[in-house]
Design a binder for this molecule. Structure first.
Ligand SMILES: C[S@@+](CC[C@H](N)C(=O)[O-])C[C@H]1O[C@@H](n2cnc3c(N)ncnc32)[C@H](O)[C@@H]1O
Length: 318
């Protein structure tokens, strides 16, 4: 039975969303609804919150919240597809929140295959009805491809990634999470420092299987189109790949002037689409109460009034 999900950096996220009462807000990662409930507490009676999640179990929890609170609605699906759909519908919103990664409901339920300490099928799909499972990938891919995934999405050192990939190929077919953990252990052993090596391997396979970085890049692009001038983008990240992506997305849109300092006026066409907002880490107290929050980073940005069409792609001048 999964423990309740503890919403990470809840106060910081709600503060960064800067809610005054009547906003239209998107919680792109509804999960257990912890952030959604925090947002609803701050929204006035004319505000509206749309929850999104690709996990059918999150959808069931969202249905219960929609019954309780008429300001809340839910759309099931991948957040990039839902947000792109809103753009096509001509919607505009005041704030978008991404609380990335997995909920405790998903990690703690052995049957979903996300946990490297609980035995379950090697699945790891957030939407179990869509796409290839972790087992499909690991039992079918070349060793080189598996090693690349471990390096790219789990920051596994290349030498270790190659060893793990070769051991996976030697032992397959793999069917359970425990078989994968044992394979990792056989390939690279257990290190006193750096923790259980399965952690990064499981993270890498999960990120790959769910196309997490591709989806995030598309979703950020859609959020940029959806936000009104002054609209807030808030993202809580948990690993270096997604944090780098959010950081780069914001910094590429800050429109920093790259004119030589001797030019009296800007001629490079720098026009910020976002202004960078707060960057926060969880407090020491939150870390202690919820060790899963340890790697979290909150990044935020505020949409300017600059129209998207008039902006030069990063690195180019108009
Ligand atoms: C960390 S949890 C969110 C927890 C939530 N903020 C709360 O307080 O309960 C992340 C959620 O995002 C969902 N998710 C991850 N990637 C997604 C995507 N590409 N599209 C839609 N939902 C996604 C997961 O299924 C999971 O339920």
């Amino acid at each position: 039975m999964a423990a309740e999900h503890y919403p990470v950096m809840l106060d910081e996220a709600v503060a960064a969303l800067a809610l005054g009462g009547a906003e239209r807000v998107v919680d792109a990662t509804f999960g257990g609804g912890g952030h959604a409930r925090g947002i609803l507490r701050r929204l006035g009676s004319r505000g509206a919150l749309l929850g999104v999640d690709r996990d059918p179990e999150a959808a069931a929890r969202a249905a219960a919240l929609a019954e309780e609170d008429r300001r809340f609605t839910f759309r099931p699906g991948a957040y990039d597809e839902v947000l792109e759909g809103l753009v096509v519908e001509g919607e505009k919103v005041d704030a978008v929140l991404f609380d990335l990664g997995l909920s405790s409901y998903q990690v703690d339920e052995a049957g979903r295959g996300f946990s490297y300490v609980r035995e379950g099928p090697l699945d790891m799909r957030m939407d179990p009805e869509r796409g290839a499972s972790a087992a499909d990938f690991l039992n079918g891919a070349e060793a080189q491809e598996i090693a690349n995934v471990l390096v790219r999405y789990g920051d596994v050192p290349r030498v270790e990634a190659r060893r793990v990939a070769r051991e996976i190929v030697r032992r397959r077919p793999l069917g359970t999470t425990v078989e994968l953990s044992e394979t990792v252990r056989a390939a690279v052993g257990w290190k006193e420092r750096g923790g259980n090596p399965s952690k990064r391997v499981f993270q890498a396979v999960r990120v790959y299987v769910n196309d997490e970085l591709g989806g995030l890049e598309r979703a950020l692009g859609a959020a940029e189109k959806l936000l009104v001038p002054g609209g807030r983008l808030v993202a809580i990240t948990f690993h270096s790949g997604e944090d780098r992506m959010v950081k780069r997305f914001i910094s590429e849109r800050e429109g920093r002037c790259v004119c030589p300092p001797e030019l009296p006026v800007c001629s490079c066409g720098a026009r910020p689409i976002f202004r960078r907002g707060v960057i926060r880490k969880p407090s020491a107290r939150e870390n202690e109460e919820n060790p899963r929050s340890g790697s979290a980073r909150l990044r935020s940005a505020v949409r300017t009034a600059e129209p998207l069409g008039a902006v030069a792609p990063p690195g180019e001048t108009l």
